[in-house]
Design a protein around this ligand. Structure first.
Ligand code: ZN
Length: 199
């Protein structure tokens, strides 16, 4: 179960370990260099995981920002005013919410999960299942609702990003460890969606 939780990716609460570390105070040059090397190494290892909104690293997610344009388009200013900071961080900057925080994880009513950015219908409640990961999970999206894009932002773990097809907002990732009938696990950020109860 723990591996499933880890599979869903980064936490938006991560800060920059390399940047926040204290400067070396050692007196000898050699130990300072060693410390600097360690900090650099730590930065290289950790930076792909640190996807905070103000990330200074050119991650693939950041590079993909230029292509995050669908048929539903807003300016960056309009997105910022339309979305909450958390929604903006996820939908427009590909961050990942912490597990077990979204009320949509436990949503069991009949209805449709729609994009919080543009309102597009994304997932039917019929395709929702309890993955135990703490993120809303589905075995399939609605037809033509999402785009799937290779994501190499974690260098040792190539993944497939799932975006809303209409606004290209980041929704989450899809993995091959889901249940029947598809075997797919669409691991979604709850804050990227809203739920419409079927009347
Ligand atoms: Zn959308």
């Amino acid at each position: 179960m723990a591996s499933l939780v880890g599979n869903c990716g980064r936490s938006i609460t991560r800060s920059h370990p390399g940047r926040s570390a204290q400067k070396p105070r050692c007196s000898t040059r050699s130990s300072a260099l060693v410390r600097r090397g360690l900090l650099l190494t730590a930065g290289l290892l950790v930076s792909p995981l640190a996807q905070a909104a103000d990330s200074e690293f050119a991650s693939s997610a950041a590079l993909a920002m230029g292509n995050r344009q669908g048929s539903f388009m807003l300016s960056d200013e309009e997105w910022r005013s339309k979305l909450s900071p958390t929604q903006y961080s996820i939908l427009r900057q590909a961050s990942t919410e912490r597990p077990f925080v979204s009320p949509l994880s436990n949503e069991k009513r009949t209805g449709t999960f729609v994009c919080a950015g543009c309102g597009e219908k994304l997932f039917s409640s019929e395709a929702k299942y309890n993955s135990g990961t703490g993120w809303p999970s589905f075995y399939q999206p609605l037809p033509n609702a999402v785009s799937e894009v290779p994501d190499f932002s974690i260098f040792f773990m190539p993944r497939t990003e799932v975006r809303c097809k209409k606004c290209q907002g980041h929704l989450g990732h899809v993995f091959n460890d889901g249940p029947k009938p598809t075997g797919q696990r669409y691991c979604m950020n709850g804050a990227a969606m809203e739920f419409e109860v079927e009347a």
